[in-house]
Design a binder for this molecule. Structure first.
Ligand code: AMP
Length: 463
């Protein structure tokens, strides 16, 4: 099957060819014909399958040429980043047409968005909150929408957008085409589909809740406090040049990015507390290899499309197993291969069990490689923040007692600096600044440690 076999117009085929796509992906083969035929579609497609082109191309074809009355296609996405990416796709695939697209999302001034809407818009890509804001201000009308797309519907429900979706749906004309894309199916998704779609064509390209086959998944079992040292080791020794790392909290993302930077690995955090500009900059730096590690929370990373992302690390496992599928879906996108590494501390074992149950396959646990660790006394700096830390998107929490091991607690009471050891127990020299004490000379270990490392080749940045 080739793109021309799907019945797309030459101007769309030219834009596709320019992207370098040679053959359509399974979701494109399955979704494009029914969307072109005007049918409602319910698609179960993982992220990275090429689903965006699967709905954008036929929508552009159906819209034909620009019209003055206001958006005729509305694409709702859960996150700002995804909205921006989808609109970029609309612009690219529609470059040989005269259709106009606009993206609106929160976190930035609404004035340019209102101005863009006034100049005319055929395809509107939006996050639910800002869309409702502008609709309430009468800055936009949804009265002419002919095609309504709910992208990453499962994530929208996870993020609590159900009421917003219902309110938006109520503003649309009754007579319209509806498309819904979701990586996973739950009863809530089924209910949403029943309320949104009319006699939909059901398209399923991968079994729901299964990870992309091409992702190599491994895990390491280790104490929480050793994770960052193993991570730095994996990045340095594996010469990883681009790794997306997931933490459960915004504060955790900030802290880990700082720790990696201190270890000589260029890194930046991306999460909901960052300004939109900071988020865009972090993403651009990551895509253009100016930084090696992007440390993200679940919500911020949703929908990020980074070409051939080779490594994803679950620095902390998600407490909702479906999120694991989304996270590792960031790698091995559209036919490329990738590796997903999970760092699992003892308190996260129940999360891992749930993930394995959902996947139906084991995630191999690898023996720990030799790596240097520098123990820091608990309570020295980040532990208080850790206790105060809250998951960015909190749902059912498992209890996870975080008591430091007895030796550490004793040292903490005595106020002494913890000795530095490699993970097999051999003493190593603490690096200045890590334990808060001057480094003691030691002859038993090589001079290089995580805290005082030489800059790796990529440390030179043009920021
Ligand atoms: P999506 O699932 O829509 O986020 O797309 C994932 C990635 O696949 C994006 O980088 C697209 O540019 C890319 N892509 C989409 N369609 C194709 C195709 N037919 N061949 C190769 N790559 C594609």
């Amino acid at each position: 099957m080739q793109f021309p076999d799907l019945g797309l117009k030459p101007e769309l085929l030219a834009a596709v060819a320019e992207k370098g796509y040679t053959v359509p992906t399974p979701i494109q083969i399955a979704a494009i014909p029914p969307v072109l035929a005007g049918r409602d579609v319910l698609a179960g497609a993982q992220t990275g399958t090429g689903k965006t082109a699967g709905f954008v191309l036929p929508i552009l074809q159906r819209l034909g040429v620009r019209a003055p009355q206001g958006p005729r296609a509305l694409i709702l996405t859960p996150t700002r980043e995804l909205a921006a990416q989808v609109e970029e796709s609309v612009r690219h695939y529609g470059k040989n047409t005269n259709l106009r697209s606009t993206v609106i999302f929160g976190g930035v001034s609404e004035r340019p968005q209102i101005a863009a809407l006034r100049t005319g818009c055929d395809v509107l890509v939006a996050t639910p909150g800002r869309l409702l804001d502008l609709a309430q201000q009468q800055a936009l009308s949804l009265a002419h929408v002919q095609v309504f797309v709910l992208d990453e519907a499962d994530r929208m429900l996870d993020m609590g957008f159900i009421h917003a979706i219902k309110r938006i749906r109520a503003m649309l004309p009754k007579q319209r085409q509806n498309l819904m894309f979701s990586a996973t199916y739950s009863d809530d998704i089924r209910r949403l589909a029943e309320g949104s779609l009319h006699d939909p064509v059901k398209v399923e390209v991968t079994p729901p809740n299964r990870t992309a086959d091409k992702v190599e998944q491994v895990s390491y079992r280790l104490p929480k406090e050793h994770k960052r040292h193993l991570l730095a080791h994996l990045i340095n020794e594996g010469n990883w040049h681009q790794v997306l790392i997931f933490t459960r909290t915004k504060h955790g993302a900030n802290r880990l990015a700082e720790q990696l930077e201190r270890a000589g690995i260029p890194a930046a955090p991306i999460h909901g507390n960052k300004s939109q500009n900071a988020r865009v900059r972090a993403l651009e730096d990551f895509k253009s290899n100016r930084i090696v590690a992007l440390v993200a929370t679940e919500v911020a990373a949703r929908g990020l499309d980074i070409k051939e992302l080779p490594h994803v690390v679950n620095y902390e496992l998600p407490n909702v197993p479906e999120d694991y599928v989304h996270r590792i879906g960031r790698t091995a996108r559209a036919g490329s291969t990738g590796k997903a590494v999970s760092l699992v501390s003892p308190d996260e074992a129940p999360f891992l069990k749930d993930i394995v149950k959902l996947l139906g396959v084991e995630i191999p646990s690898l023996p720990l490689p030799e790596f240097k660790i520098i123990e820091t006394a608990p309570g020295a700096g980040h532990d208080r923040a850790e206790r105060e830390n809250r998951p960015e998107h909190r749902r059912t929490e498992r209890p996870s007692a975080q008591h430091p091991p007895r030796g550490q607690r004793q040292r903490q009471r005595q106020g002494s600096a913890a000795p530095t050891r490699d993970h097999r127990g051999a003493k190593v020299r603490p690096a200045a600044g890590e334990s808060g004490r001057a480094a003691a000379p030691s002859s038993s270990q090589p001079a290089r440690s995580q805290g005082a490392r030489r800059a790796p080749p990529w440390a030179k940045r043009g920021r």
